[in-house]
Ligand binder design. Structure first.
Ligand code: CA
Length: 243
């Protein structure tokens, strides 16, 4: 069922087979249903600074570091980049706006699939552009016994962030993995781009408002309409992925 996509990936990357050991998960919009809050917080904060960033556009920037998003919008709207101080102010305000929302919920299917992956003898990693200090606690509370701090890549670990392959290359390094020993699960076009550029088989889960085409054009090897659908297909997919 998934073999054709796998074969295309193997051929394009000069591998004979996949030897799956780990699943690399993006966080917002994949593990947590937090993207509507992020998009709303970006829109409101930018408007407060006289900058136009629609909620839909926020989904297109998803995965970038906060500084990078602020700079792109400033440059477009004003013709010059934001100062370090302004970036700090805007990002702090955006985080404050985000935190006004009720606590973010797990994405349906996320805990279930992480549990299946663990039972199959694989380990899961988190690879996120987020730099929230509460992140590890939030992961431990919602997904007990699944993630360890050593096997995480966050905004504090990387210089460039997605769509650069850097975060996923760092995950391979931290997990002592080759590119054909892992898969990436991402919901955003820039995240898919990063996974693909790192040479890793990349699964897109379309949990937001964007067209499937955007995720496929970014280089997704497979696409599911939700995390629940990915979870429900896990057994079949794993059979074909373990090589
Ligand atoms: Ca995401």
């Amino acid at each position: 069922m998934f073999q054709e996509s796998i074969n295309q990936y193997l051929k394009a990357n000069n591998y004979n087979s996949l030897h799956l050991k780990s699943v690399l998960f993006d966080m917002d919009g994949v593990l947590f249903d937090s993207m509507p809050y992020h998009a709303d917080a970006w829109h409101k904060t930018m408007a407060h600074h006289g900058l136009n960033l629609s909620r839909e556009e926020a989904y297109l920037h998803e995965g970038r570091t906060g500084a990078s998003t602020i700079n792109i919008v400033c440059k477009r709207e004003r013709g010059y980049e934001a100062s370090e101080d302004e970036i700090k102010t805007i990002y702090a305000e955006k985080s404050e706006e985000f935190n006004k929302n009720p606590e973010v919920q797990r994405m349906p299917g996320a805990l279930e699939v992480l549990t299946k992956i663990k039972q199959d003898g694989l380990f899961s990693m988190v690879v996120t552009g987020s730099g929230q200090h509460s992140l590890i606690n939030r992961l431990n509370t919602n997904f007990p016994g699944i993630f360890t701090p050593e096997l995480m890549v966050t905004a504090f670990d990387v210089k460039y962030g997605k769509p650069n392959p850097e975060p996923y290359l760092m995950a391979l390094k931290k997990g002592n993995l080759k590119a054909n020993e892992a898969i990436v699960v991402e919901n955003a076009p820039l995240g898919v781009e990063a996974g693909h550029a790192a040479g890793i088989f990349t699964v897109a889960v379309n949990t937001g408002p964007l067209d499937d085409k955007v995720l496929l054009a970014a280089g997704a090897d497979l696409l599911f309409p939700s995390m629940q659908a990915f979870c429900d297909s896990w057994e079949d997919l794993f059979k074909e992925l373990k090589g």
